[in-house]
Design a protein around this ligand. Structure first.
Ligand SMILES: [Zn+2]
Length: 347
């Protein structure tokens, strides 16, 4: 009971952030500023009505979400904008206890404006190195393909990611509307990334249920799953995920904003933990969901009455599921243990 009432400051809890999209990581204030600079008219959902009500439970809702994403992408016009976005994302994570970040980017969305996918990847990696130096945050990049585009594009991106393996890129992902495209068609791209030694981190088990998680496991051989929350709906699939040690990048405020669950209390974190899954909480797209890394831990603490010991274990799992070097992992985990060992502040 004592621990149940313990309320250590979650901002001080060291964490790894493994599910954050490049465009969606933008500060809202930066979006407004850059749009004003370039005379870009933003939809009211990104101004007065921010954060937007999305509900992507139907395709129309997802289309709304994508439209807002496209608008956000359109304000990034210069290399300095890219440096700024990554630096601010790093600063915000550090301010919330982040110690390691894996940021996910689909270079094809920016290729036209920044001289192609290779030039843009170089720019992002340079921005990441610079942000890492200025903030002290360890940052790695995941290149993500878009499942609404042709699977051959995904192969191109997998080869690109492979060229940067060991040079800042640690993983290969697959994003966008899970209900579109055939997952099997993306298996060749994932095989390319696997051969390059990259960690495989596709989205799956968010907008579709456990049957699709099984398909992802069979076809893509993921090390982690973006979301994967809906493995909670099938004891068999959850057991398979847990036994394979596939970490789930659970993004609670994203799930609720997109209408996957109607409330934070319905995000089945306790079921996933009881089933033995490895969890890494993430913010997904704070620009559209209005909540960053700390907000995920705070929301799950409040919704599920989590103890500080459980919150510390969530943080440890995020670190173990990361691609941080083992010495970095050990140091962060030692600091998590210290956080938990601190006496609970007087109330
Ligand atoms: Zn995502």
């Amino acid at each position: 009971m004592l621990d149940r009432q313990a309320m250590r400051d979650l901002r001080e809890l060291p964490k790894a952030h493994l599910h954050l999209h490049f465009t969606g990581s933008m500060r809202h204030s930066t979006l407004l500023e850059l749009a004003a600079r370039d005379g870009i008219r933003l939809p009211e959902q990104l101004v007065a009505q921010w954060p937007p009500q999305l509900s992507a439970a139907d395709e129309k809702g997802w289309f709304r979400f994508q439209r807002l994403y496209d608008v956000a992408r359109s304000v990034l016009r210069t290399p300095d904008d890219v440096y700024r976005l990554v630096r601010e994302a790093a600063e915000d994570d550090v301010a919330e206890g982040g110690r390691w970040l894996e940021i996910q980017v689909d270079p094809s969305g920016y290729a036209a404006r920044f001289g192609g996918i290779t030039a843009f990847t170089d720019l992002v990696l340079d921005a990441v190195a610079s942000a890492s130096r200025s903030t002290g945050l360890g940052i790695a990049v995941v290149i993500a393909a878009n499942r609404t585009r042709h699977p051959l594009d995904a192969r191109t991106l997998a080869r690109l990611a492979g060229q940067y393996a060991g040079r800042g890129v640690v993983g290969f992902g697959l994003s966008n509307d899970e209900r579109r495209g055939s997952t099997l068609d993306f298996a060749p791209a994932f095989a390319i990334a696997e051969r390059a030694g990259l960690r495989l981190v596709p989205h799956g088990g968010e907008l579709r249920g456990p049957d699709h998680i099984a398909v992802c496991l069979d076809a893509l051989h993921p090390d982690r799953l973006g979301h994967g929350v809906r493995s909670a709906e099938s004891p068999e699939v959850l057991e398979r995920v847990a036994e394979a040690g596939i970490a789930l990048e659970v993004c609670p405020t994203s799930n609720v904003a997109l209408g996957v669950y109607s409330s934070l209390a319905e995000v089945p974190l306790p079921t996933l933990l009881d089933g033995g899954a490895t969890i890494a909480l993430g913010a997904d797209d704070p620009l559209l969901f209005g909540s960053r890394l700390l907000g995920q831990y705070a929301a799950m603490r409040a919704a599920h009455d989590l103890t500080d010991a459980t919150l510390a274990e969530l943080a440890r799992m995020s670190v173990r599921a990361s691609n941080a070097p083992s010495s970095v992992q050990a140091s962060i985990i030692a600091d998590i243990d210290s956080w938990l060992a601190e006496p609970v502040p007087a109330r």
